[in-house]
Design a protein around this ligand. Structure first.
Ligand code: KG4
Ligand code: ZN
Length: 336
């Protein structure tokens, strides 16, 4: 049978990315042009700058993805693209690029939900993984605990009530002067700190055991910093980073284990940018082992935003018959 080749494009936030995926799970190329250096100057992603950079880079990134894969536009079977959720101006660049290629080459167009992409990153390196399984999705904009009932079919068990997990990492990092993006910096600095030095609160939500809340722990860190400042005391940033991270990781692991037991899931996966956090990976692996669950996680490069995960999700959508028309638009608040 002829191989299925999908070119996938991702531009929902601050990475311009493209990938060619063969038969759903084989990544022929994965090109990511990061804008981190630009946004770092402002302490966070500036939407207009992100859109402008995407439009500058997109053709180059697509060209590179095709050439790394050793294919041309004529070899493709479909174009996949993230159409939401994300920054509207950023999404529009990828959507317009995908539509232009699909139109010129008369190829099917498959719009992909960004979060479905993150979950699908788990299929890349785990050929045995198939739904159903439990997945914790932790990114800069989202925190969801879902049962993946089938490819692209989710039952949402819990979500954050306020900040996303990655957002909390970024805000705390900024407060302790680590800069943007904060997640990887807290991850690294924590290695030098004592996670039991400070007890930060772990929010539990009455009657919703699978929901999350991270604004409390973030405020507790800010209060701790203010208190020390008032008293003129020096703070140990590594201890703060490690203690904050422990409070977040403990809650993520506890809720995930509870859901796996309650819903009789024997496979547990993690996804999204925060899933590249090594303390979360270790803690989740340990808890899964203790409870007899199989644990799945993408390599860090497939946890943060990339085109490969969108290509994998696009393949399963394509096989189900999903096709988008020439009126496909960016949907910044697209629901899962
Ligand atoms: O999935 P992603 O690349 O973009 C969104 O869809 O939001 O996630 C980005 C988020 C940022 O908040 C970043 O600080 C966080 O993931 N992140 C991490 C780590 N690497 C990225 N958080 C904790 N530890 C990390 N190693
Ligand atoms: Zn993402």
């Amino acid at each position: 049978m002829k191989d299925n080749l999908i070119l996938a494009i991702e531009s929902s936030c601050d990475e311009t990315a493209a990938s060619v995926v063969k038969n759903g799970r084989t990544i022929l190329s994965n090109v990511i042009s990061s804008q981190i250096e630009l946004h770092k100057l402002y302490g966070g992603v500036v939407p207009e700058i992100a859109s402008r950079k995407h439009i500058e880079k997109i053709n180059q990134v697509v060209e590179q993805a095709l050439s790394d894969a050793g294919v041309t536009l004529d070899d493709l079977d479909a174009i996949g693209v993230t159409y939401g959720p994300g920054l509207v101006g950023a999404l529009l660049v990828g959507v317009a690029e995908a539509k232009a290629i699909a139109y010129a080459k008369k190829l099917p167009l498959v719009g992909v939900h960004h979060i479905e992409g993150h979950v699908s990153a788990n299929y890349i390196e785990h050929p045995d993984l198939e739904p159903p399984f439990l997945c914790l999705i932790v990114s800069g904009g989202h925190t969801h605990l879902v049962i993946v009932e089938d490819y692209g079919k989710f039952r949402i068990l819990g979500r954050t009530r306020d900040d996303a997990a990655g957002e909390a990492f970024d805000k705390v990092a900024r407060a302790i002067g680590l800069g943007y993006p904060g997640g990887p910096k807290i991850d690294k600095l924590s290695d030098e700190g004592n996670p039991d030095a400070i007890v930060f609160p772990k929010a539990k939500i009455e009657d919703c055991p699978y929901d999350f809340s991270f604004s409390g722990v973030k405020s507790a860190v800010l209060n701790y910093l203010n208190g020390a400042k008032m008293k003129g005391e020096e703070v140990n940033r590594a201890d703060i980073a490690a203690s904050f991270q422990k409070a977040v990781v403990d809650v993520l692991v506890e809720h995930t284990m509870q859901a796996a037991k309650d819903f009789h899931m024997d496979k547990v996966a993690i996804a999204g940018g925060v899933a590249s956090n090594k303390h979360l990976r270790e803690a989740m692996e340990k808890a899964c082992k203790e409870n007899g669950f199989r644990f799945y996680r993408p390599s860090p490069i497939f946890c943060t935003d990339n085109g490969a995960m969108i290509g994998v999700a696009a393949y399963y959508e394509f096989m189900k018959g999903t096709r988008h028309g020439w009126d496909l638009n960016a949907v910044p608040n697209l629901k899962l």
